[in-house]
Write a protein that binds this ligand. Structure first.
Ligand SMILES: [Zn+2]
Length: 328
């Protein structure tokens, strides 16, 4: 990318780009001052067992495609992983190869522009607090459902970062002792039952046992079955796909009940790729939350809302972060 114009962030000519780096895909977008996304680019994430350079090349390609030769005032990265408190390093990412990598400085040098970095759920929480479903809330919980599940806690209107910058990583709370093995090395983590991966696994495990259009969609090969196929099949009334959402949504609500018991938020916001399914995911979650929350009959159960920015909440929040870092 050509170095951005010297005063790009001040004269309003430079773009702010948000990038969501997830376990299966990179989503980069120009985030306009009115929060619209005029230009979007996608790449698949090569996975966690590859060279770090391959992931960063995918990022680089997506950002250049969005920039399309125009000056860039800042790039914000929303990473599906544990980011240090300074916003410099990705310490650990169960679905990506970064382990203590100095991602921010390295990409700032590569792109010759301002780069800001945070955890994807923290970015989503920032976007939803500033202009989304949690706007005006002092206490909120934001959960992102993608390949895995990420979380952020908003206390006093601000994203709570914790001592090491790692607060809100609820996805790896154990909900089933000796349950399904997780990419983090643990077993029975919440995201094994409520996430994009969980949705796909539910459907794959039942292929060949129940009549479903998913059989045809994946050509009869379970490994080819992907989350968006389950979403599409559910929209067309496929029973197995709907059961998959009912299961993942129920587990979402069960986990949320523990978090609501701990934080007593005004609102719970759900973003990430799986949130594109809307009420198909959220209705079973609301039921499970009301059923599982301690003292539910004697308290206000918080609303569970879809993120205003939906699966793009992380991208929008990452661009806000970059705008703040650039002084814009
Ligand atoms: Zn785990």
């Amino acid at each position: 990318m050509a170095p951005p114009h010297e005063s790009a962030s001040r004269d309003g000519t430079g773009l702010f780009i948000g990038v969501d780096v997830g376990g299966t895909k990179v989503l980069a977008a120009e985030v306009a001052p009115d929060d619209s996304l005029p230009r979007i680019a996608r790449r698949s994430t090569p996975g966690r067992r590859v060279e770090v350079g391959l992931v960063e090349t995918a990022l680089d390609e997506a950002v250049r495609e969005v920039a399309d030769g125009r000056p860039v005032a800042g790039v914000g990265l929303a990473a599906a992983g544990f980011v240090d408190a300074a916003g410099e390093r990705v310490m650990f990412a169960p679905h990506l190869p970064w382990r203590g990598e100095d991602v921010r400085a390295r990409l700032a040098a590569r792109w010759e522009t301002v780069v800001a970095l945070d955890n994807d759920a923290n970015c989503a929480a920032l976007a939803e607090c500033v202009a989304g479903a949690a706007q005006g809330a002092s206490e909120a919980l934001v959960v992102t459902m993608g390949t895995g599940i990420g979380g952020a806690v908003v206390l006093g209107g601000r994203v709570h970062r914790g001592t090491n910058g790692m607060a809100g990583e609820f996805g790896h709370a154990q909900v089933v002792p000796d349950g399904a093995p997780c990419e983090c090395g643990g077993r029975g983590c919440w995201e094994q039952y409520s996430s994009g991966n969980a949705l796909v696994r539910f459907a794959r495990d039942r292929l060949g046992h129940e009549p479903t259009v998913l059989e045809e969609m994946c050509g009869g090969v379970p490994e080819r079955l992907l989350g968006p196929m389950v979403t599409e099949a559910a929209e067309h009334g496929d029973l197995l796909a709907r059961q998959a959402f009912a299961s993942v949504g129920d587990w979402l609500g069960v986990g949320l009940a523990n978090l609501v018991a701990a934080f007593d938020p005004e609102v719970v916001v759900v973003g990430g790729g799986v949130s594109a399914a809307g009420d198909r995911l959220l209705e079973p979650a609301r039921s499970a939350l009301a059923r599982s929350l301690v003292g539910a009959a004697h308290r206000r159960v918080p609303p569970v809302l879809r993120a205003r920015f939906g699966p793009e909440a992380g991208v929008v929040g990452a661009a806000y972060l970059a705008r703040g870092a650039a002084g814009g």
